[in-house]
Design a protein. Structure first.
Length: 125
């Protein structure tokens, strides 16, 4: 299932590319790819990282690797209570990869929190 906002963005992209194709005429390259420039030429993959670096600089926030945003999203999903299976599915991972890659070892604080949660749950039964 695709989020309705994503569908709307893709429809907007299709409409924009159709207009660009008309404006460019024979100069337009129909590559069949989704992410292309105004002439239909595929965007170089580094463009994403370059753009992200510029956005971080503009926002005056610490620069991290673009791929690290994916790990931040995975951890955020965990913190807001999304199950590991659902988060892994969204990110295209197996549950094992999701857990071993995106969730830090919680150590003794995590063990204490889990034990306290278990105690609260048992006491309410």
């Amino acid at each position: 299932m695709i989020h309705p906002g994503t569908v709307a963005l893709l429809r907007s992209l299709i409409a924009r590319q159709a207009a660009e194709r008309l404006r460019a005429g024979e100069a337009y390259t129909d590559s069949g790819l989704v992410v292309v420039d105004a002439l239909g030429v595929p965007v170089r993959p580094e463009w994403y990282s370059d753009t992200f670096r510029g956005l971080c600089s503009e926002a005056e926030v610490p620069l991290i690797r673009l791929h690290s945003v994916r790990h931040s999203l995975a951890f955020w999903l965990h913190k807001v209570g999304v199950s590991p299976a659902d988060a892994a599915a969204l990110l295209g991972h197996t549950v094992e990869v999701h857990l071993s890659t995106n969730l830090p070892d919680s150590g003794s604080a995590g063990i204490a929190a889990a034990a306290a949660a278990l105690g609260r749950a048992a006491a309410s039964e």
